[in-house]
Design a protein around this ligand. Structure first.
Ligand code: PMP
Length: 403
């Protein structure tokens, strides 16, 4: 092949492997991969690191259901009867009753006419926002990357408002209202529970503003689905089913599986079936994943897993606050804000040495000077586990002069 003289050099663009490694800040992934990380299914959420047991206190497996026998059996049975994969997009030959059962249960839980599953929560967000094709989007500054990428894909004007701040949202809405055409469609998008901050969006105020300015509301319930009233999210806890137009979530956190969903009106789901390219041009959710999520959602609704989770959250929050750590937010995620990156890493390493795994979250995932440990208990931690976690925080926090 003749040399191209346009000057694009892929190697230059990517940089050397070494340069890339140095730039990257998501090193916990490497560390875990190097050491070997195996879920010890016989012992709840106890991974084995370097052949020694450690307690993970930062998993999104909030209800501890990835290890539940009933969830595993549901996946096994679907694999045996329906198959391990969908074999094609749902709009071709990949549609199965397992998908429809899950979607019915999701719609019932979320109080909507219908629901639709996607191969991931990321695919649900980018596909949905692009399919809605709004003229202007109003987006919380700390929204998840998949919402941000959805805004980019939609290609419209996006106004970013201050985190969980209705006054800032109102200012952005008023600013656009001055120059908007009457037929413009506006979409407000927000996470309900923010993963790195533990904060919960002021959804009812956001709905009031949306009604005042004639905007749709889309809420990402990835970190809330399954954890609130009757297995719903914050939208259900606040009774906002009729005021939030698009409820989205993942199957990969409390629902112990893989995949994403959108719940809303018949008209919304019809629009997504036709226009969400990440739905139509991607293979349908694997049947075992759909069946596992259905069983997990059933357990989220009817078992005492939610109660156990919230008891653990209360115990851990109380213990950390009594020690002197200030824990923002009011969700199941308890961010211990340390500030300096190195302190956060040293604290995480100290905990790890005591058998507690809580990775440090650092810039660019969070703003400079707000490095933190994202503590998240799960329902299957027992009292002793929570006490061990608190003791490790006290010992290492004192050694580092953080307490
Ligand atoms: N939204 C939020 C708020 C998330 O935290 C995540 C995943 N971390 C997603 C969407 C994407 O979900 P999935 O992992 O199923 O692609």
């Amino acid at each position: 092949m003749e040399d191209c003289d346009r000057g694009f050099d892929l190697e230059d663009r990517l940089g050397t492997l070494e340069e890339r490694k140095q730039k990257r800040t998501l090193s916990p992934v490497d560390r875990v991969a190097e050491r070997g990380y195996f879920a010890d299914t016989a012992n709840g959420d106890l991974p084995v690191l370097d052949s020694e047991e450690a307690l993970v206190f930062s998993s999104n497996n909030y209800l501890g259901l990835t290890d539940d026998q009933r969830v595993q059996d549901a996946a096994r049975q679907a694999a045996a009867t329906v198959g391990t994969g969908s074999g094609a997009s749902r709009v071709v030959t990949g549609d199965t009753m397992v998908h429809h059962d899950l979607e019915r249960l999701l719609a019932e839980t979320k109080g909507t006419e219908r629901a639709l599953t996607f191969s991931s929560g990321y695919a649900a967000n980018v596909g949905t926002i692009a399919a809605l094709d709004p003229d202007v989007i109003f987006s919380d500054e700390f929204n998840h990357a998949s919402l941000i990428d959805g805004c980019r894909l939609a290609g419209c004007e996006t106004a970013v408002y201050d985190h969980c701040d209705p006054a800032s949202l109102r200012a952005e809405l008023e600013d656009r209202a001055d120059r908007a055409a009457d037929d413009e469609s506006w979409l407000i998008v927000t996470d309900s529970v923010f993963s790195a901050d533990g904060t919960v969006a002021p959804l009812s105020t956001i709905c009031e503003l949306a009604e005042e300015f004639g905007a749709w509301v889309m809420v990402d319930e990835a970190h809330a689905t399954g954890l609130y009233v009757d297995g719903g999210g914050v939208v259900q806890a606040e009774g906002l089913e009729d005021r939030v137009h698009i409820q989205m979530g993942t199957l990969s956190k409390a629902l112990a599986s893989q995949g994403g969903y959108v719940a809303g009106s018949n008209a919304l789901i019809e629009c997504l079936l036709n226009d969400a390219r990440s739905f139509a041009f991607s293979t349908g959710l694997a049947p075992p994943a759909a069946a596992a999520a259905s069983e997990a959602l059933h357990l989220a609704r009817y078992s005492d897993a939610r109660e156990q989770l919230w008891e653990n959250v209360a115990h851990l929050r109380d213990g950390l606050e009594t020690m002197g750590f200030s824990i923002p937010g009011e969700s199941q995620i308890l961010p211990v804000i340390v500030g300096d990156q190195r302190d956060a890493l040293t604290l995480a390493d100290g905990l790890r040495a005591r058998g507690i795994v809580v990775p440090a979250i650092r810039p660019p995932s969070v703003p400079e000077g707000t490095s933190r440990l994202r503590v998240a208990p799960i329902a299957t931690h027992n009292r002793e586990d929570v006490v061990s976690c608190l003791e490790a925080f006290r010992t290492v926090g004192t050694e580092l002069g953080l307490l």
